[in-house]
Design a protein around this ligand. Structure first.
Ligand code: HEM
Length: 503
């Protein structure tokens, strides 16, 4: 999506090709646009590439441009118009209310059509999305999400126990928590999961290839579609697709094998198999749908857990406020459980604030306008890429004053309940909102409750935390950081309480 200066002869050739193809289209477009409402204002750019945008951490640049050009600004990337929404009220007005006009994603030839064979839901368009999302909904809607609570409770107890054993590896433990929950939900996995499992490693290799293909500027075919006809150009991605499909099919095969013996734990995959003809998914689509849940739900959740630990270490007063409520409602003779949730509003406010302070999908996911959207005298034209920049939205002065300050109390009413006038925007918008949000929020609730019940978290004085150090990926992950975990309850007592709760 971003501009990178041409670096080789072949790039100049592509450029020439682009000029020949796009100049007449551009002229036609100009004629068609005469008399239309203007685009939202935005930074200047140079023809034919448009505005220069950094390849990594572009959400920070977009936040600066929000301050300069306003909560809705636009710029050009080649022929494409990009509209960035950086205000909370504006995101609600455009991305929520106009959700039906923003249901599509921009076409992704490299990562979506080639690497994912058109089967990865997050990059998909049209009728197919409805089919895939309906299948996802069957296992991720609130009522069903509630049935994963015992799994999430057990996994978060293991997270606490892992930290007691090896506190320095807390970020690996967060990844293990997320991988165990998602693999059990997707495939009915019953054996303990470790992040070094060969299966998890292979999934991560797929995810890293996906990340590479999605990197802005990595494949110019998304701005110059004709490039897909250049022999050999997409071969690497086609090979990556074969590897990915082989892995997902193998995972599906494992479930099918168990289903034939009758010895299986019901899971999302077994449900898809049992209902395949009704859902109308091909074998490959079915394998992909189960397989891509790991990519969408594992790294994101793990990142959320690690930001929660970071926030606690850096904001002792906010941490104490949660612990005071935990001590009052739960005490130290039992551990927190899901049914405490309503009374543990400080826990909820804490993890929601973590998401605002350090949003995981920091730059938001691209949507595409399927018709012209008129908004306060401006036009967001059909075909434009529209992105809600979570980093900026969470810093809108009207909704979140003093946005760089970590303050969970901003999510609470004067009566101490969670405000229902502020949407938790970090799961996205409209009809493409994250379908896993009910599962994810339950994970964030129970792990925050258990971790802050079990430990006082403090910074490691020898290694100051850089709270702005994260990976340069679409879903950001904090870079390794060190904290101290001081048990608030004797470790053997924690073990005893966990064990007694399991009987
Ligand atoms: C803290 C954890 C998570 C965060 C922050 C997160 C965030 C997001 C965001 C921002 C989107 C794009 C929304 C948009 O386009 O406006 C998304 C899409 C998606 N998420 Fe999540 N997610 C999380 C966990 C999960 C989990 C646990 C699952 C599944 C079990 C999941 C499955 C998906 C899927 C399948 C999509 C693609 C939906 C589509 O394109 O229609 N996510 N998520």
């Amino acid at each position: 999506m971003s501009f990178v200066a041409p670096e080789s002869n072949s790039t100049w050739l592509y450029l020439l090709l682009a000029v020949i193809v796009f100049v007449p289209i551009y002229a036609l477009k100009l004629a068609k646009n005469r008399g239309k409402l203007p685009l939202p204002p935005g930074p200047p750019g140079k023809w034919p590439f448009g505005t220069r945008v950094p390849v990594a951490y572009s959400f920070l640049t977009f936040y600066e441009w929000t301050k300069q050009y306003g909560p809705v600004f636009s710029f050009k990337q080649g022929m494409n118009t990009v509209v960035i929404i950086g205000g909370f009220a504006e995101a609600m007005e455009i991305m929520e209310k106009e959700g039906a006009s923003l249901v599509d994603r921009p076409r992704s030839i490299a990562a979506g059509e080639t690497l994912s064979g058109g089967m990865r839901v997050v990059l998909m368009n049209g009728e197919k999305v409805k089919k895939f999302r309906k299948a996802l909904h069957s296992h991720l809607q609130p009522k069903v999400a509630a049935t994963y609570e015992p799994l999430q409770l057990l996994s978060s107890q293991n997270y606490v126990l892992d930290i007691l054993k090896r506190p320095e590896a807390h970020q690996d433990h967060a990844k293990k928590y997320a991988a165990s929950v998602v693999l059990t939900l997707a495939y009915g996995k019953t054996t303990p999961t470790s992040y070094s499992d060969p299966e998890v490693q292979r999934i991560n290799e797929c995810l890293s290839r996906l990340g590479d293909a999605l990197r802005p500027g990595a494949y110019r075919v998304d701005t110059i579609p004709l490039l897909r006809y250049v022999p050999g150009y997409l071969d690497k991605l086609r090979e990556a697709h074969r590897l990915e499909l082989a892995l997902f099919s193998e995972q599906l095969g494992g479930v099918l094998k168990k289903m034939t013996t009758g010895d299986f734990v019901p899971s999302f995959t077994s449900y898809l198999v049992e209902n395949q003809s009704e859902i109308q998914l091909s074998d490959n689509e079915l394998a992909y749908l189960s397989g891509s849940i790991f990519g969408a739900g594992s790294e994101t959740t793990a990142s959320g857990l690690s930001f929660m630990i970071m926030a606690a270490a850096c904001h002792p007063e906010a941490q104490t406020q949660v612990q005071n409520q935990l001590d009052q409602i739960v005490g130290k003779d039992r551990h927190p459980v899901f049914s405490d949730e309503e009374l543990l509003s400080q826990v909820t406010a804490f993890y929601i604030e973590c998401g605002r302070w350090r949003p995981i999908s920091a730059g938001g996911f691209p949507h595409q306008a399927t018709r012209d959207i008129h908004w306060r005298g401006y036009c967001i034209p059909k075909g434009a890429t529209v992105i809600g920049n979570h980093w900026a939205i969470g810093r809108s002065p009207d909704a979140f004053p003093d946005g760089d300050t970590f303050d969970p109390q901003r999510w609470l009413t004067p009566h101490g309940t969670i405000r229902n006038d502020l949407k938790q925007f970090t799961f996205g918008f409209g009809r493409r909102v994250c379908p896993g949000l009910h599962v994810a929020n339950r994970s964030l609730f129970i792990t925050t409750a258990l971790i802050l019940w079990a430990f006082k978290i403090t910074p490691d004085p020898s290694k100051p935390i850089d709270t702005m150090a994260f990976t340069p990926t679409a879903n950001v992950h904090p870079l390794p950081f060190s904290v101290r975990f001081e048990p608030r309850i004797p470790p053997e007592e924690i073990v005893r309480i966990f064990e007694s709760g399991r009987h």
